[in-house]
Ligand binder design. Sequence first.
Ligand SMILES: [Zn+2]
Length: 85
Amino acid sequence: MGRPATGHTPLRTCRVCRTQSPKHELERWVAVSETETRLDPTYQLPGRGWYTCKQADCSRQAIKVISGQARGLRARRQKQAQATA
Ligand SMILES: [Zn+2]
């Protein structure tokens, strides 16, 4: 009785606390451009996505963590560009 409902539910990892949860229990964030990160309530926006759980702490840190990662990618690209210039 009470089989876990996680059988074929895809799990995603919260980017902030690293807890795994079924996709639809998480919020999806998408980097729509190199400078803009947006909440994706439809889970369908194209682009690089990140998931966070709905704990207040994680929601609060989501933008910071995610935009930091987007910045990291951009900085690395700039560094490469400078190295070859
Ligand atoms: Zn979390």
